[in-house]
Design a protein around this ligand. Structure first.
Ligand SMILES: [Zn+2]
Length: 684
């Protein structure tokens, strides 16, 4: 039913932010407000777009590019609050709205990118860009905007546009089918075991297997399922070689079992459509299209990273296998060492070499002290400080508000943080913005937030973190700094608006400061005794981290190489699974290690478009963060002021205002090499 009350966007608490510290007044926002405000904000944005597209004056940067960037403010505001609520504090009303709003938003934005009159104005500016005498950032924003339109098909004729729309639609439904097929295979397969079959399994695994069996109607028994959280520990701990083999075969054949849930033809069709899409848009391959606006830029650059890593990983894995085979023989096995033996003997070797209990570290990692450590490192590196404001109601009573200040005491922006798990919050940890920072028009100060899922302690007790949780806190805070330190003019290149293979640099790099001795000595204090964490304990933990790197790097890199092999060709292979097998053979893939994700269940690449021709980016980011931290290590000072200033200026403050390669080189003096990453992984 259409809303009968007109929404006044200039006064509504969702769009006119009149709460304390210029935040939205969350106490005046009801769940039922979102829908009508969204409708009004969408309409307002449509009108703004129409005004730009239909402007009778010749296009200028101000009346076209700037108007486009500053338009849709009400929509941005209601969206940012809504998506914050949807992730951090949802309920049935919000969830129902989500299903309603997502397609509305995607229709709205695709209409904008298909608006011919609007593109004609952008194109006019773009063609004249040399004579407009633009500063470097404005020129880059103009080029990115133009490219964005072109990649959405703006330059195609009517038939081309129609075909592109059909390809996108088909790809999106094939992607959904792909994901659902994998899910069905995972759901339908289970290996039911009894008490006598559980030799070697730790308690946590037994209880999740018991729960999995009960969910499948076999109460009192134990189920091995194909969820990674059961499959991996099962193949790590089970003494039963026969069962490990059964589980291995089922796990690696997900999506390739014939019948209705087989993904072979889905993959073939998707690769064909992707190749066609690339050709339609004028690219030599789908990888060329996807990499065009990344730091890597070309498949060749991706190979320059992956190939040397692959060589080293193969060597390391071969050496590790010799040691594991020795263990297997000593344990009395006379079978040929196989893929289902690797995790099992690797765990035996780990226990022998690095007997070590993570739980010993926990009392040293108090949440409030680790938050302080995050702030402290940011102050030392970048000069900013944090001041908590009590009593300001935001989306949930657990969420906290901090004012971020520059070295001279002026206000830089706000940092909001919501640390504890609750049923109304989705799992995981993330950073986002209620408002991004930029200088265009009246300018905007960033309001950035972090959401975590740490267990809430009983009242009066301090929350304690595992090492991984403390790392997550630093990781997400690194993303938050990318948003808070931003110093750009144009909104579309603010903060984390950078390419997929660059966006994890500020976050992964920040993790390194958690384990800097001076930081731990000051902040990792025992909850009872107040004493700092013993160095020996920390060293043991760090040494254990590189264990098993040969296996992990081979299984990851094999998947990344296959992803690239599919998408860097101009055409699509007729039989993708045969292509997978042939490519692996050429790569000398050991038959004792499986790809981390084989093609028929490689969700990153086929269940949607997210990481297609992009699985490499996880490793690319790791290269960047290891190389960037090595720059500090080389000076002998993890807080080297001159380097920290270059880091702030070129990485944390620069957003997407320049090409990432240019930014990185300005910070480091050269492009990164994979050497530091290989050392960090323990490959050399
Ligand atoms: Zn991240």
């Amino acid at each position: 039913m259409p809303s009968t009350k007109a929404v006044d966007l200039a006064a509504h608490p969702l769009t006119a932010w009149q709460g304390p510290l210029s935040l939205p007044d969350f106490t005046r926002i009801g769940d039922d407000d979102f829908s009508p405000v969204f409708d009004a904000a969408l309409k307002a944005h449509e009108a703004e777009i129409e005004a730009i597209a239909g402007n009778k004056d010749a296009p200028t940067v101000e009346n076209t590019l700037q108007a486009l960037e500053l338009g849709g403010e009400a929509l941005d505001r209601v969206s940012s609050i809504f998506w914050c609520r949807a992730g951090a504090y949802t309920n049935e009303t919000i969830q129902a709205l989500e299903r309603d709003i997502s397609p509305k938003m995607s229709r709205h934005f695709s209409a904008i990118s298909m608006n011919e009159r609007l593109f004609a104005r952008i194109d006019d500016l773009y063609q004249r860009r040399e004579s407009l005498k633009l500063d470097a950032e404005t020129l880059r924003v103009l080029e990115k905007t133009w490219k964005g339109f072109v990649r959405s098909g703006a330059k195609l004729d009517a038939d081309g546009k129609k075909r592109l729309a059909k390809i996108s639609e088909d790809l999106s439904s094939l992607g959904t089918t792909f994901g659902q097929n994998v899910l069905a295979d995972e759901r339908d397969w289970a290996l039911f075991l009894d008490e006598a079959d559980l030799a070697g399994l730790p308690d946590f695994l037994k209880s999740s297997m018991a729960e999995a069996a009960e969910m499948r109607g076999q109460k009192g028994r134990y189920a091995v399922t194909l969820s990674r959280s059961i499959y991996e520990p099962f193949s790590t701990f089970s003494e039963r070689r026969d069962l490990r083999e059964i589980a291995f075969r089922a796990f690696t054949m997900r999506g390739q079992n014939g019948g209705a849930t087989d993904n072979s033809s889905v993959v073939r069709d998707m690769l064909k459509l992707r190749a066609e899409k690339a050709k339609l848009l004028g690219y030599g391959s789908f990888a060329a299209l996807k990499l065009d606006d990344t730091m890597a830029k070309t498949p060749k650059a991706v190979h320059a990273l992956l190939d040397p890593v692959w060589e080293k990983a193969l060597e390391k894995a071969a050496a590790d296998q010799t040691e594991l085979q020795r263990l297997a023989t000593e344990a009395g096995s006379n079978e040929k060492f196989a893929a289902w033996d690797w995790r099992f003997y690797q765990e035996k070797l780990r226990a022998e070499k690095f007997a070590f209990d993570e739980a010993e570290l926990k009392p040293y990692l108090q949440l409030d002290r680790i938050i302080e450590a995050c702030f402290d490192v940011a102050t030392k590196l970048f000069g900013i400080t944090f001041e908590e404001k009590q009593g300001i109601a935001i989306w949930h009573p657990d969420a906290r508000v901090f004012v971020v200040k520059n070295a001279d005491g002026s206000e830089r922006g706000l940092f909001l943080a919501d640390y504890f798990a609750r049923p109304s919050k989705r799992s995981g940890a993330w950073m986002s913005a209620l408002k991004s920072g930029y200088k265009l028009g009246h300018g905007s100060k960033p309001v950035i937030y972090n959401v975590m899922n740490f267990a809430k302690p009983p009242a009066g007790e301090p929350a304690l973190l595992s090492v991984d949780e403390a790392k997550t806190l630093f990781h997400e805070f690194g993303h938050a700094l990318h948003g808070m330190l931003t110093d750009v003019t144009w909104p579309s290149v603010s903060g984390t608006s950078v390419s997929r293979d660059f966006v994890e640099l500020p976050s992964q790099l920040y993790e390194h400061w958690l384990t800097v001795p001076a930081v731990l000595e000051k902040h990792a204090l025992h909850v009872k005794t107040g004493k700092p964490m013993p160095k020996a304990l920390l060293d043991k933990m760090l040494a254990a981290r590189t264990f098993g790197a040969g296996f992990a790097t081979v299984e990851f890199t094999a998947s990344a190489l296959i992803d690239m092999a599919y998408h860097a060709r101009p055409d699509a292979p007729e039989a993708p699974l045969r292509f997978e097998a042939e490519t692996l053979e050429k790569l000398d893939m050991p038959d004792t290690i499986a790809m981390r994700h084989r093609t028929p269940h490689f969700g990153h690449v086929f269940s949607g478009d997210g990481y297609s021709a992009g699985y490499y980016s996880y490793m690319w980011s790791e290269v960047l963060d290891a190389d960037a931290f090595a720059a500090f290590e080389e000076t002998g000072d993890p807080f080297n002021p001159a380097l920290a200033e270059r880091l702030r200026k070129n990485i944390y403050a620069a957003g997407g205002s320049k090409d990432p390669e240019e930014l990185y080189t300005a910070f480091r003096g050269k492009m990164p090499s994979p050497d530091a990453m290989m050392v960090k992984r323990g490959l050399v």
